[in-house]
Each structure stands twice: as structure tokens, then as C-alpha cells.
Design a binder for this molecule. Sequence first.
Ligand SMILES: [Zn+2]
Length: 403
Amino acid sequence: MPFSSLLGHEAATAVLRQALANDRLATGYLFVGPPHVGKTTLALALAQEANCERLTVGGTGVSPVSADAGDTGETPVPLKAGACGECSSCRRIAAGSHPDVRVLRPSLQVKVKTSDTDAEEIEEAATLAADMEDALIRTEAIGELLASASLAGVEARRRVYIIENAEAMNPPAANRLLKTLEEPPADTTFVLTTARPGLLLPTILSRCQMLSLHPLGPDEIAQRLAEFYPLAPAEQRQVVAGLSAGAWGRARRLMEEPAIIALRTELLDLVLSLPRAEVWESLRLAERLADLTERWWLADEPGELGARMLKQARDRVLRSKLREVAEVIESAFRDMMVATAEGSRLINADRTEQLRAAARAYPPAAAVEACRQLDLLRTDLRQNANLRLALEALFIRLLNLRR
Ligand SMILES: [Zn+2]
């Protein structure tokens, strides 16, 4: 979608609009912001603005093509309209099929046993793995991208290469990119995206212009959900607003993937059962959480590849998904902290009564400690602690925190 259809990110688009108008796009940009906040969407919008066939060089509608518009029968683009979103260039960029606008994502290598020879083989499973801790952008992938950047005879006015979660580049890959940023090919812009800029090489950071993208506030998300999904039940919109953490991309995904809403209900049921659970049930609770996390992954990654990755790399998949699931559990304990306060607003507002009841077992100090335990779990999972033991230990601690 072109700039005109984007939601939020006004400050970043203003900077980019200005650069486009002056025909002075940088060689390297770094879009920084939390997952699903819209970094890649903005980068693709930038590619459309720079290459829309209805705009001349100097984009964003400052100097629209109008001379031969009469001949083609197309309506001239009004001043300041920006990319049209409809021409062949805009459409192919949106569809991911433009040869000069490419997105590179981290990928994960999983071991596969081939049935006939029984030999182990490495298979690359891209895209789904992008958010996984041990996913990498490998030297070969960067090398291939840079090789195409050095080729002449491009179709686009400006090639735009997007490197998602750029912190996942291994050091040789980062160094190869650095060399290109230092001696950039003509008419090429690299957009790196990351949630954790501190993990990038300082030399890469210094070669990129950084733009920060911020999550929307809960009211803003709720208002936009009401505009985009007027027929959806108000309660569903409210739940999604709470779950999305201000990321519009995440919110839309949740609206269109109701299976995740059902899993979130199930997860909250599990948390809300803790006040009455026995400590000896910890193992059973851990198993339920692992099972739920597995289904969460499958709902989020429908399709054959998602199922295959779960089968072949279950432990890694669960570790990565658990971080998201733990956030939902944490949101419930955060709600308990404030549930009894006058006029407080809960993240899981649809479960207010039950959360108030649960807050009797978890008074604020206990709920704070529960959040700390969930944070520790995330660290443990990153440090390769045994998954099953880590989850069981979590529930033992959560149950022992009750009043
Ligand atoms: Zn266009």
C-alpha cells in the first residue's frame, strides 16, 4: 500500500516523502520498531513511491506524469497523491513479484531424514522462521542479493532491497553488506528492519539513516478496528486491541485468524484456573501449555511448511512461540495487579470479573513476582533450558506465589 493508505508512522513517512521529493533517498535506512509494527509494510510503500509508473522521478506526487496521460486514457494523478497503488509497478511490489524490490528474511536450517537413503539432509525453511531466535540471514543469501544489486539493466527507477530482522545476519553476511553500503550501486536503497538495533554492527548502523516506528495506543487500535471491521463483534475487537500490543499488522492478522482468539481464551482459562490448582498438577499444566503453544504455532503458520517445521524442529518452534504466549500470560497477571483499583483499565477487559476474582489469590506483590517469573522463563528458553522442566518449574513457582 502506498504512503497514503498507511496507518500511523507519520514522522517516518514525512522524512521519506521529503527525500523522495528531493530525489535524495539514502542508500541505507534502518527501520526500528517492535515486531508487526509495520516496518516491512513501510519499506514496501517506499518502494512503491519510488517506482510508481504514474509518478516521475522525485515521487510523492510532487511532479506527476501528466503529459501523455491523455493518450493512455489514464486519469492524471493529482498533486501530492503519491504512489497510485494500481499501476503494474505498484501492484507487483505489493504482490512480491517485482524483480527489483526484494525482501530477504532470516531462515532456519532444519535436519531432515530422507526416507530412501536414511541420510540426514539440511533443508532451508524460510519466512516462517523470521522471528525465531536462532534464525539467520546467511552469507550466501546476502551474497545472492548483492550480486543482483550489482547487475545492470534494471527495470525499476530505484531498486529497493529490504532486509528483515537485519540483526539476524551472521558476521560475514553483515560485513559483505557493509562493503556494499560503503560503495553502493547506483539507484539502490537498502532498508534494514529490526526490533533490536543494539545487535547490529556499529559500522552498519553508521551507514544507515535510522527511523523509529512506534506502536499505536490502545484507543487508536480500537478506533481503527472499528473502522476496518465494523461488522465484527465489539468484544472481538476489544480482545484483539488488547492482544495486538499496538501493532496494527498483528491486529489485522488476529481479526482474520479467529483460531488465535480461541487459543487466547483457552490460555486465559488456564491462567484463571491457577488459584484453585494443586501444586502436584504442575506437570499437567506444563503439558497443557506446551500443547496450546503448539496449536498456537499451527494457527499462526497454517500450511504444510508450518506443520513440517513443528515436526522436525518442535523444541525450537515451541521455544520461539512460547515467548509470545508468555506475554499473554503476563498480561493476565498485569491485569490482576490493577484489577481491584478504582477505574482501572484491563488489557483483558472481557475477563474483568474473573481476573478480579483471581486477584484475591494473587495480590499485587504476588502478581508482580509472577511477571518476573515469566520474564525469567523467556531468558531460560533463550539459554536452552530443558523446555519441559522450565515449564513445570514455572507452574510450581506460580502456584507457590498464591496467597
Ligand atoms: Zn503506481
